[in-house]
Design a protein around this ligand. Structure first.
Ligand code: HEM
Length: 201
């Protein structure tokens, strides 16, 4: 039951909740419009079913993609700066020890991982959330190379060239989709975490 004390200090402050949902919407729009853009010039021997894409045609999908990209970058910067400046990152996501990740992963797979305390992330959650932050940074940087290859020669070289940047961008997208599926399944298994990300408590 919520106590007066637990209600005065939310599990997730309002700026975390707001930026989380803005981020989730931006990623969903980016992935669905990205699939439509990919279909116009596939790099692998398959394309995405049109019904699961956004934008209708290449030009429309590009408009959605860039709009959501600016949203993701602006919102992501606010989230990261606020997280580090407030010290929340150090409290919530550090330390991140491989031995603890493996132990918690084993416990989770065996159904033995406790979700009693929603104010702390276990090592698997920490790794997944820090991992998805890094994945989003890779997606943005590789996307920048695909978009403005000539203007960002150093980034292009770091990405192994334009063609490779497209593959890196695709792999980052695949990682995000994998994260999304596992993340939503985990939330469905522990639904009270959803209340903390909506109402704070
Ligand atoms: C691709 C889209 C998404 C990304 C990148 C994402 C990323 C994240 C990250 C990084 C956190 C930790 C935030 C922090 O504490 O600072 C988080 C937490 C959370 N997310 Fe998402 N998320 C996404 C979509 C969703 C969706 C669709 C749902 C709802 C079904 C959801 C529900 C939650 C909940 C409930 C938490 C808190 C978990 C807990 O307290 O144990 N997320 N998400």
């Amino acid at each position: 039951m919520a106590t007066a004390d637990s209600l005065s200090s939310p599990v997730h402050p309002a700026w975390v909740r707001l930026s989380h949902w803005v981020n989730a919407i931006a990623v969903i729009v980016l992935v669905l419009s990205g699939w439509r853009i990919y279909n116009a010039s596939p790099i692998f021997a398959f394309h995405f079913a049109r019904d699961f894409t956004l934008g209708g045609w290449l030009g429309g999908a590009l408009l959605w993609h860039f709009a959501a990209m600016w949203l993701l970058v602006a919102n992501g910067l606010v989230y990261l700066v606020a997280n580090f400046a407030s010290g929340r990152f150090a409290v919530r996501f550090v330390p991140l020890r491989p031995a603890e990740i493996i132990a918690d992963l084993r416990a989770a797979l065996g159904g033995r991982l406790s979700h009693g305390d929603v104010t702390r992330y276990n090592a698997v959650q920490k790794a997944a959330y820090v991992g998805v932050m890094m994945l989003l940074i890779v997606a943005v940087v590789s996307g920048l190379v695909v978009w403005k290859s000539v203007q960002f020669p150093l980034l292009r070289v770091l990405m192994g060239g334009f063609d490779n940047a497209r593959i890196v961008h695709f792999v980052a997208m695949a990682g995000l989709v994998l994260f999304f599926v596992v993340h939503v399944v985990m939330v469905a298994l522990v639904p009270r975490t959803l209340a903390t990300m909506i109402r704070g408590h």
